[in-house]
Ligand binder design. Structure first.
Ligand code: CAA
Length: 261
């Protein structure tokens, strides 16, 4: 297995089919420096390519999921160095993953930390989690999706309030506004997130991938072309063995045996 300095990886779940990535710069509250994101991108890519893995979890520690992009690293950046080096460009790598990625957020998910959670497919939170886009406090704006993904989760008024004030919101508020799908006691969060990943892992990986692509279209396109895309993918499931197996198993009142085909 590759050696990482800024993350830890593990394979968890009863069937060992869940890829776990833990951000591991606790002294810096998991500030997202470039080497961390390069490692994260590689770990996600490797799990995505591994047929034994059904879903991926990204988590931090009890104090912090991630407190944002690394302010020390970017303190002396200039416009020119940002453009030349494609600053934060590697962040989008994780969003190209075909498998579901679930963020399990305990503690701070601020700035780039909140943006990382939002580029995952589902966000579960521990009840002490705190979300925010505090970039405005340090004279900049969200730069890894915060101004674009947050309004799609919570609507304009709340997104504006969060981005323009820099105020933090707690886990229950985040759940109420639709940013987070469920909230758990801190010590239960990871096990509940693994259960979610395992539940997804009972389905056909092929069909899970198609379903993820279809839901993601809702954020990329108009309703009409999104519905068209959905219909094509839906029709496409009928070209798979797993669709036939799923329906046969239902009619025969047995558990389906999906083959990822
Ligand atoms: N970058 C670099 N280092 C960070 C960091 C960050 N984003 N957040 C925390 N740290 C470091 C601190 O500098 C400190 O290091 P030292 O011990 O060397 O001083 C250590 O982590 C612990 O932090 P604090 O002492 O500040 O801990 P606290 O409990 O008092 O406060 C906090 C916690 C409220 C989260 C506070 O650390 C904080 O406000 N952090 C910055 C949050 C932020 O502004 N994030 C947005 C970053 S910009 C961005 O993300 C751009 C983008 O859109 C991509």
């Amino acid at each position: 297995a590759p050696q990482y300095e800024n993350i830890k990886i593990d394979v968890v779940g009863e069937k060992k089919n869940v890829g776990l990535i833990q951000l591991n710069r606790p002294k810096a509250l998991n500030a997202l420096c470039k080497p961390l994101f390069q490692e994260l991108g590689k770990a996600v890519k490797d799990f995505d390519a591994d047929d034994k893995i059904a879903a991926i979890i990204i988590t931090g520690n009890e104090k912090a999921f991630a407190a944002g992009a690394d302010i020390k690293e970017m303190q002396n950046n200039t416009y020119s160095t940002n453009v030349r080096g494609g600053f934060l460009q590697e962040w989008e790598d994780a969003s190209n993953c075909g498998k579901p990625i679930i963020a399990a957020v305990n503690g701070f998910a601020l700035g780039g930390g909140c943006e990382l959670a939002m580029l995952c497919d589902i966000i579960y939170a521990g009840e002490k989690a705190k979300f925010g886009q505090p970039e405005i406090n340090i004279g900049t704006i969200p730069g890894a999706g915060g101004t674009q993904r947050l309004p799609r989760y919570v609507g304009k008024s709340k997104a504006m309030e969060i981005v323009l004030t820099g105020n933090f919101i707690d886990a229950h508020e985040a759940e109420k506004m639709g940013l987070v799908s469920k909230v758990f006691p801190v010590e239960k969060l990871l096990e509940e997130t693994i259960k979610l990943a395992e539940r997804i892992g009972t389905h056909s990986p092929l069909i899970v991938k198609m379903a993820k692509q279809a839901v993601n279209q809702a954020y990329e396109t108009t309703l009409k072309s999104g519905l068209h895309f959905e219909k094509q993918v839906f029709y496409g499931t009928f070209a798979t063995a797993d669709r036939q197996e799923g329906m046969n198993a239902f009619i025969e009142k047995r558990t389906p045996n999906f083959k990822n085909e």
